[in-house]
Unconditional design. Structure first.
Length: 355
C-alpha cells in the first residue's frame, strides 16, 4: 500500500441541488420477498444493478442484497448492500468494525455518530484493502439497524461503495453522496434489536437494560445483571452503591468492591490498570465525574480469562461502582459487543434521585 498517500474523507457534497438531480438516480430495492430488507439508495447515473437477489456469504456472515456497478467507460465504482440478523442488541458501529476486521479492511478515516433516538452508535468509515491480485481498493461504509419483526433480534445493514485507489480522488464526492443517501423503505417502530426493560433501584432511581438481560438483588447495596442464555453466562454486570459517609473517593470504592478478586483462597485474580478520569458521553443528565479502568480476570480453577471494565462515579452523595465481566473481543461471536452495549444502555438511562 502507498503509505504516503492521503485519502480525503468528504463530509459534505460540493454539488448544487440541480447537479444532484442530474448526477444521481433513486434506486428502490424491492427484490427480496422480505419487505424488511427493502431499501432505497441514490446512485450515480452510470451505475446499474448487477445483482439483486439475496446471496449468502457465510465466510463473512453477510447476505448480499444488492450490487451495483459502473456500466460505461467512466472510472469504475461498485456499490454493495448487505445485512446480517443478530439476536441481541449492540452498537451498529461495533458490528461494522467486527465485519471490517474479518474482511481484512484497514481503517483510514472514521466518524462515530450517536443516534439521538437512543439506538446506539453508528459509523461512517473509509478503508483500504490490498487484494491477492495486488489491486488496492478504497471503500467507504455506512450502516443502518432495525428490529427484525419476523424472527426477533436486529437486522444490521451496511452499504459499501468501492473503487480502485487510483480513481478515488475522482470518485470521492460521488462515494460520499451514495453512502449518506440511503435508508430502509419499511423501517419498524423499534430501532433496537431488543426491547428495553426498566430496573428499579428504589427511591425514584432506575435504569434500563435489554430484555434478554436479567437483574437480581444480591444484597442491600449490590445488584447483578446477567446475560445467561440456555444456562451459559456470556456477561455479568455488578452494581455496588455506597453512601459517601462510608466511602470517600473513587479509589476507595474501587478498592472496596474489587477486594474480592484478591482473596487467596478463591483462585480468582484481577489485573487492571489505574482508575483514570474520562468524559461522560453516556448521559448528559448525569452531571458526574466519571472514572474507569480495564483489565482481565483469571480463574485458576475454571481455567477462565475474562475481560473486565469498571466505572466509578458519585451522584447525589452516593458512590456507584459498575463492573462488567465477560468475553474478550473476538471474531467468532458478538458477546463482547453485546456486553459493551448493555453497559452503555445502563449509563445512558440511569437516574439517581436525591434522598
Amino acid at each position: 500500500m502507498s503509505n504516503y498517500i492521503s485519502y480525503d474523507f468528504p463530509l459534505a457534497s460540493p454539488f448544487t441541488k440541480e447537479e444532484m438531480q442530474q448526477r444521481y438516480w433513486k434506486c428502490l430495492y424491492t427484490s427480496s420477498s422480505e419487505k424488511m430488507l427493502h431499501y432505497w439508495v441514490a446512485l450515480p447515473q452510470s451505475l446499474k444493478p448487477a445483482e439483486i437477489k439475496p446471496v449468502d456469504f457465510p465466510e463473512v456472515g453477510l447476505v448480499n442484497i444488492g450490487r451495483y456497478i459502473t456500466s460505461d467507460d467512466t472510472p469504475y465504482l461498485e456499490v454493495w448492500a448487505a445485512y446480517e440478523r443478530c439476536e441481541w442488541e449492540m452498537n451498529a458501529s461495533d458490528w461494522l468494525f467486527k465485519k471490517l476486521s474479518i474482511m481484512g479492511e484497514k481503517i483510514l478515516h472514521q466518524r462515530i455518530i450517536n443516534n439521538p433516538n437512543g439506538s446506539g452508535k453508528f459509523a461512517d468509515v473509509l478503508t483500504v484493502k490490498v487484494h491477492a491480485s495486488g489491486d488496492e481498493v478504497i471503500s467507504r461504509y455506512t450502516i443502518q439497524k432495525d428490529y427484525n419483526p419476523a424472527e426477533g433480534g436486529g437486522n444490521y445493514f451496511l452499504l459499501k461503495a468501492s473503487c480502485a485507489s487510483r480513481d478515488y480522488a475522482a470518485l470521492a464526492d460521488d462515494i460520499f453522496f451514495v453512502v449518506v443517501n440511503w435508508d430502509l423503505l419499511n423501517r419498524s417502530n423499534l430501532a433496537l434489536a431488543e426491547l428495553l426493560t426498566t430496573v428499579n433501584l428504589g427511591a425514584g432511581s432506575s435504569f434500563k437494560v435489554p430484555l434478554s438481560w436479567k437483574a437480581k438483588v444480591i444484597s442491600e447495596n449490590r445488584m447483578l445483571i446477567e446475560h445467561t442464555i440456555e444456562n451459559i453466562n456470556y456477561g455479568a454486570i455488578n452494581l455496588y452503591f455506597y453512601p459517601d459517609t462510608v466511602v470517600h473517593s473513587a479509589e476507595e470504592i474501587f478498592d472496596k468492591c474489587a477486594e474480592r478478586f484478591h482473596q487467596q483462597d478463591n483462585g480468582i485474580t484481577l489485573v487492571a490498570n489505574e482508575l483514570e478520569p474520562i468524559q461522560n458521553d453516556f448521559n448528559s443528565n448525569l452531571n458526574i465525574d466519571l472514572f474507569t479502568c480495564t483489565g482481565e480476570i483469571t480463574s485458576r480453577d475454571d481455567h477462565m480469562r475474562a475481560f473486565y471494565q469498571a466505572y466509578v462515579f458519585n451522584k447525589n452523595n452516593v458512590w456507584a461502582y459498575i463492573e462488567l465481566v465477560g468475553r474478550h473481543r473476538n471474531v467468532k461471536d458478538y458477546h463482547f459487543e453485546e456486553n459493551k452495549r448493555c453497559l452503555e444502555i445502563i449509563f445512558s438511562t440511569m437516574q439517581i434521585s436525591a434522598h
